[in-house]
Design a protein around this ligand. Sequence first.
Ligand SMILES: Nc1ncnc2c1ncn2[C@@H]1O[C@H](COP(=O)(O)OP(=O)(O)OP(=O)(O)O)[C@@H](O)[C@H]1O
Ligand code: SF4
Ligand SMILES: [Mg+2]
Length: 313
Amino acid sequence: MSRSDTLLSVRGLRVGFAGVEVVRGVSFDVHAGEVLALVGESGAGKSLTARALLGMAPREATVSGDVLLGGSPVTPADWGRRIALVPQDALSALSPVHPVGDQLALALRSVRGMSRKDARRRAAAALEEVGIPAARSRAHPHEFSGGMRQRAVLAMALVNEPELVVADEPTTALDPETQDKVLGLLRERCAARGASLVLVTHALDVVREHADRMAVMYAGSLVEYGPVDRVLARPLAPYTVGLLASLPAVDGVPRTRLPVLPGRPPTPGELPHGCVFFPRCGRATDHCRTARPEPRSLDGREVACHHAAPESV
Ligand SMILES: Nc1ncnc2c1ncn2[C@@H]1O[C@H](COP(=O)(O)OP(=O)(O)OP(=O)(O)O)[C@@H](O)[C@H]1O
Ligand code: SF4
Ligand SMILES: [Mg+2]
């Protein structure tokens, strides 16, 4: 059920390649002004989900389901203006041949029809908002440090004041201190404009520090989805329990030397019957081998597990 402040509504999103589904019926909402973190092991389908929100899935993908931004399907005309992507690789988002300030000014002119002079002035201000002095607006991307380049990408994503920013592991190429600063800045700039943020990340401390709600993906579907403080304090799906325990603690030191998530996720197209997590699940029963769990509301979040119960944790 959508709330009245739902900005983005995703229902039954499926993405497949050559008949093999890798995102398998994902549904969630993004509320106005919130940060929603999307987490899960490599290959879970986070990036494809993120890109499908913008209608930017690869050309060879088959996509179905509903993605509604403010009640309407997202179209390329919305890119940059209502919904913007911050990719992992800053260089791919910036042209190497034009000064950064000119690239921002061009984005402003093409979306807002600003005059050249106004666009230049606004572009310099947009760079200053992300901590890049206006005097550097004539610099090319290669003249910036990695952290500055990623800040410039944030400025580019935010310059036309989108309602929703989708950031796919936007800082993994940066050192931890710079990562934290850039993420803090991204969240702050979104909050200042009332924009919502979908943040794909592997880092639990990033979720804890920067997100309001989180969605946990496994093998192409959501297994647990709810407020960060609830899910982190008491994860209910066995996969979430294992994932959270396997991620490094805030200081980067592993929580445990034991493999808390034994085995590997299934290969797309070769999913087990029943619950797709059962080969790795310590709580699996015979029922789990035959019946696939549907998401249900439990303890203030959605959980897809036959045996999740608040008292079982
Ligand atoms: N263009 C493509 N063609 C075929 N399969 C693809 C394509 N892009 C992604 N996939 C497959 O879809 C699945 C999900 O990929 P996705 O990139 O969304 O994972 P992810 O959760 O973002 O992983 P990571 O944490 O490693 O970035 C993977 O099995 C991947 O191999
Ligand atoms: S449904 Fe069964 S196998 Fe799947 S996560 Fe829950 S307990 Fe484990
Ligand atoms: Mg990815």
